[in-house]
Design a protein around this ligand. Sequence first.
Ligand code: SF4
Length: 466
Amino acid sequence: MFLSVFDVFKIGIGPSSSHTIGPMSAASRFLGLLQSNEWPRPQGVRVRALKASLHGSLAYTGIGHGTGKAVILGLNGEEPNSVDPDRIDAIVAEVEQQEFVSPPGHPTYIFNPATDLIFDRKNPLPGHANGMTISAFDSDRRLLLRQVYYSIGGGFVVTDTELEAMRDATSAPIGPRVPYPFSTASQMLSMSDASGMTIAQMKRQNELAVRSSDELDAGLDQIWAAMASCIDRGLNMEGVLPGGLNVRRRARSIFDKLGRDRLSNRYNPLLANDWLSVYAMAVNEENAGGGRVVTAPTNGASGVIPATLRYYLHFHEDATDEDIRTFLLTAAAIGGIIKHNASISGAEVGCQGEVGSASAMAAAGLAAIMGGTSRQIENAAEIALEHHLGMTCDPIAGLVQVPCIERNALGAVKAVTAASLALKGDGSHFVPLDACIETMRQTGHDMSNKYKETSTGGLAVNVVDC
Ligand code: SF4
């Protein structure tokens, strides 16, 4: 199994990888399909109109997560990694007013969001909680093409056929051949023992199967630059987050207070927690505001990994670019194993799969740059994930704000604690990471749909939104 570090860490926009980036990418894929010869296009017939339908969790929390906007942007030819966050509202307003989309390289297609974008809460699609269809019609509104997409978490999008192939254990592994094809933690440790390589070194070798060393380093540096600039923007913003909950941004005021405390020379026993929290909250407030963020491994959990790494850099002035790359490669290796064997999607397994996975990845990355052995790194990831097991996804009003913003702060604190505990041992421990991941998968499977990004249970129904 090969899941690139650039599949795990993708630059995009907030507030949700599964509900914003995924649907936007699906729309972009559909436009590509329209231009291709991969469908039986009747001779002389032209596509004149489009329709999109959102199902399951995309329908339940799509409005709060900006899914409608994402589909409009995607059908208008915008990509998550390049759309200007400051232009999004204007583009959407233009489409709503004109009732058509004009993606570059295509004719104009009739698309009136009021009638052609449907939030269908009654009919979930069979393959996954985050389902959607996009359809194309001719000038007489005859159906020409209909494609089902599933947004399976972290911005990944697959068609119904691709999803079946992924779930078919007998089908050939998807992706390039790599020298260290570990798909479980135990395989990873065996390969590390046999090769004498660290987890980051094996992950690097795998990445080099598809790109040069220079490209890999440049890409990793770009990912960290995007994470760091997201923290900086979040630390400078004030005001109320969009969506109607009236949640105030807090990162800036906490950051200012920490700065004043630093000047006072007063001992603060909560210092580490405070810095971790403020960095994570800065990212997740940016995410909630629809800003530029990096999936890590999702948007909802995008604060944990940048906060943990920034915290390390904050207290280690001698840290190098290589440390940052090692952190990201190690974290991506753990994220790939979790995604392969369970899920990183809140709609599939609850928040244990989002913030829990992010915390495990961050703990592993931190343990790696603090000199941990492969077994200590695996132990760090396991501790962090174990203590998120069972955590539900119940965002109030379907917005990625409460509990998500603070939850990332806590995920970062647990990551550092997990790395610290693991580094004090010799790597031997009671619960293997693979068993913990399987427990998360089973727990997610048994969890009621109310707690899987539908906002129909938990905090979402027990707190009055005003
Ligand atoms: S509760 Fe967790 S999984 Fe759900 S939207 Fe928030 S961060 Fe994502």
